[in-house]
Design a protein around this ligand. Structure first.
Ligand code: NAI
Length: 213
């Protein structure tokens, strides 16, 4: 199907649709109207129609959406109908926690290797994945067709390591280091900052307290 460019705002919402549709499928629901989906997701029905119309709609008047079809189509749009090989640079607390989370694999994100500078970590395995010396990374990326590198190292070395991974063929950086990477525009960078999320919580707590006074 010919698809027009989908806005980043819609792309941001797609994983949530995907999650809800997955839950509906698990509970045996075969079709759903935009109104019912709207009630469950606490998003307006018109927003849902608008979002899903972006890629052909998949809905039929009076029938609603075919849950399985929509689920499959969204997976294709998100590119999670295929596997993406990933490495983790920095096998400390965060890197190991990510490697330990088996569910990413269910979405097609396969952690192939973990890399660290600390020689004491070499040879240790996390969920069966071996931690290797960082010097092995360039060869490993090429050999294992690695698309994504998760960056879970201190910010001092983050830019250098991201550039190194990109030079070896990595297409995307999942950046947890607290620094902007400024890589060339064709490299996909997704910054994840849990502390920003927490700051939004603290802002809203403060707002709630002000309103209750
Ligand atoms: P950690 O100290 O447990 O692990 C960092 C690991 O990186 C260490 O094992 C270290 O040997 C390794 N390392 C350092 N330089 C390296 C290099 N050039 N190549 C490969 N490995 C290298 O720290 P933790 O708690 O795992 O945090 C890692 C980073 O992630 C920190 O910079 C922290 O600020 C950040 N962080 C970010 C969060 C976020 O939401 N974005 C949440 C938690 C931590």
């Amino acid at each position: 199907m010919e698809r027009k460019e989908i806005s980043q705002a819609v792309v941001k919402r797609l994983p949530r649709y995907y999650r809800y549709l997955g839950e509906l499928m698990e509970s045996g629901v075969e079709r759903i109207s935009s109104n019912e989906l709207s009630e469950r997701m606490k998003v307006t029905a018109s927003q849902i129609r608008q979002d899903l119309n972006n890629f052909g709609g998949f809905g039929q008047q009076g029938y609603g959406y075919n849950v399985k079809y929509l689920y499959t189509e969204i997976a294709k749009i998100l590119g999670i109908d295929q596997n993406h090989n990933m490495i983790i640079i920095g096998a400390g607390n965060l890197g190991q926690a990510i490697a330990n989370y088996a569910n990413f694999e269910k979405r097609g994100f396969v952690v192939k290797g973990l890399f660290d500078v600390n020689p004491r970590l070499e040879g240790v395995t996390v969920r069966g994945i071996e931690i290797r010396n960082i010097d092995c990374m360039p060869e490993f990326i090429k050999e294992h067709n690695i698309e994504i590198a998760a960056l879970t190292i201190p910010k001092a070395k983050a830019i250098e390591m991201a550039e190194q991974a990109v030079a070896c063929g990595v297409k995307a950086i999942w950046n947890f280091a607290h620094t902007d990477l400024n890589l060339s525009p064709e490299i996909i960078v997704e910054n994840v900052h849990l502390s920003e999320s927490l700051m939004r919580i603290s802002y809203n707590i403060a707002k709630m307290e002000r309103n209750n006074k």
